[in-house]
Design a protein around this ligand. Structure first.
Ligand code: PLP
Length: 406
């Protein structure tokens, strides 16, 4: 009889959003007239920028003509996009990243999940808690020794007492996942704090996996957009970026990962190995590239119109974040995030049970959010609301909460 990868059996049975969806379905069937406002899942709601749509149409037409048709693309991505990324996202900010350090992909979820393929099984892995669930699950899926209770994973609790910033662990970690601006807490790591982590990684020969999927939401000067703003980071970090939350590509799918050429580690035979080469090998074996038309769409994000339109989208969601944050503060609730992020993290006002608060908010106010405990044990008692809805619905949700006698 064939066998399976039994690591999958050690995952939490239900993906968080599946449970949320089931609860909404049940509530809707019992209350078909309820006007539910969804501030739960982290998916954008505004359409793609016109510059992106224009580029898509043009690229589709090119595919219909013999002379301009494209088949398989280059392994790292097309030069036209790599050049734009290197120039606009890095060199324009004083960071020297070359095109052969960038790998275009179909989503930061794929890359943050797949990166474990090139890492060893004996690494001690540091994961913040609460956290974007992909980091933990992808470790459990691939590596036998990994489990939630296993000593190979060090959870770094993030709570108000440490400003939601993980403390440097007493026990050495080889690999550490950092995501700032953070999902789910909406909080940020300022430059000085990130510097401490880079120094830690350099001193301990550790690797930082820096997820910058929400970089476009940074509004404050002392918050870095990239880990490579920090001196030395190119020797100890990989950065993940995405077009999902800035340009609305959640359904289109495009992202990129930067693996600097300086990033090396010693293999068991004593030779130094480049992670850039390993990632190239991994991607060229298991991934055949992001579609040409999608890469043209991503290129359009860097055109003058594209930049303006993307700014418009991000500002739209940031305004919602402000509405939620200030509205809940006026109500007297304790809230975090929402300044450099589309996420607002709130302390459940009436209970220490996130799912209980979820049920009350849905049943009594017809509003959907995400229970904090779904992102890790330290999220218990907290709740995430997202800015990905219309101004009107966001304002209405806050009005409903303000009138709530809880
Ligand atoms: N990283 C974080 C922290 C996220 O919250 C998300 C999506 O919600 C992703 C990565 C996935 O982004 P993508 O749509 O590029 O796969």
């Amino acid at each position: 009889m064939f066998t399976i990868n039994e690591n999958f059996l050690r995952l939490n049975e239900n993906y968080l959003f599946t449970t949320v969806a089931e609860k909404i379905k049940q509530f809707s069937s019992e209350h078909p007239d309820a006007n539910i406002i969804r501030l739960g899942i982290g998916d954008v709601t505004l359409p793609l920028p016109p510059a992106v749509i224009k580029a898509l149409h043009k690229a589709v037409d090119e595919m219909a003509v013999k002379e301009t048709f494209r088949g398989y693309g280059p392994e790292r991505g097309y030069d036209f996009l790599l050049e734009k990324i290197a120039e606009n996202d890095y060199r324009a900010h004083g960071i020297d990243i070359s095109t052969d350090e960038i790998f275009v992909s179909d989503g930061a979820k794929s890359d943050t999940g797949n990166i474990v393929d090139i890492l060893g099984e004996n690494n001690m892995v540091g994961i913040t808690d609460p956290v974007y669930p992909v980091y933990l699950d992808s470790n459990i899926m691939r590596i036998k020794e990994r489990s939630i209770t296993n000593s190979k994973i060090v959870f770094l609790p993030c709570h108000p007492e440490n400003n939601f910033l993980p403390e440097i662990p007493k026990k050495r970690v080889d690999v550490i996942y950092l995501c700032y601006p953070n999902n789910p807490t909406g909080t940020v790591m300022k430059r000085e704090e990130l510097k401490r982590w880079v120094i830690y990684a350099l001193e301990n020969k550790s690797l930082i996996l820096f997820d910058a999927a929400y970089e476009a939401y940074v509004t404050e000067d002392d918050v870095p957009h990239s880990i490579f703003e920090i001196e030395g980071a190119k020797s100890c970090a990989i950065e993940f970026r995405s077009y999902s939350k800035n340009a609305g590509f959640t359904g289109l799918r495009c992202s990129y990962t930067v693996v600097p050429k300086e990033l090396k580690t010693k293999a068991s035979n004593g030779t130094y190995v480049s992670l850039n080469q390993l990632w190239l090998r991994r991607q060229s074996t298991k991934f055949n590239g992001t579609a040409y038309i999608i890469q043209r769409a991503a290129e359009a994000v860097y055109s003058p119109e594209g930049k303006e339109e993307v700014k418009g989208l991000v500002n739209y969601y940031l305004e919602n974040a402000k509405t939620i944050r200030e509205g809940l503060q006026e109500k007297g609730w304790t809230v975090y995030g929402g300044v450099n992020s589309p996420y607002i993290w709130l302390k459940c006002p009436d209970t220490n049970d996130s799912w209980q608060f979820f049920d009350r908010l849905l049943n009594e106010r017809h509003i959907v959010g995400t229970p904090g405990v779904g992102f890790g044990p330290s999220g218990e008692g907290y709740f995430r609301l997202t800015a990905f809805n219309s101004h009107e619905k966001t304002r209405e949700a806050i009005e409903r909460i303000k009138k709530w006698e809880i």
